[in-house]
Design a protein. Sequence first.
Length: 161
Amino acid sequence: MTAAATDRGICLLEMGSPDRQAREHAELEAAFDCQLTPGNHSLLDQLEAELSAYFAGDLQSFTVPLDTPGTDWQRKVWNTLTTIPYGQTVSYGQLAEQLGNPGGSRAVGLANGKNRVSIIIPCHRVIAGDGSLHGYGGGIERKRWLLDHEQLHSGAGLFTS
């Protein structure tokens, strides 16, 4: 996993391919008009502690602040993603309808794919209308693992699609 923070919040938590990580770094550098450099930050320490608790099954929602530049639509989708309960899923179509954009599942998917803080903004909780998994920058197997992990620790059972 790669993480980055500004003084306002976590701006990157990525576990995808090196190409995806490089693209997201470049997008963030353009958005913030700066160069991301490695270093220590108290928010990264908080993120590490919260991720440890999440992976241990002891944390269901994150409190670390975020700094997520994006369009108004992207931010609207990302904010709605944070309301999907731990251990549950919704379809792209259901999310589009909830956002007042029936038939906008592709627009939701595109915004979902621009989420740079996976797990914290739980884009993995969005699935296809038929229950299948696709469209996760970290890879489908990671998406399946995250869903199974959350359902196991929420008491909902394992995700089976």
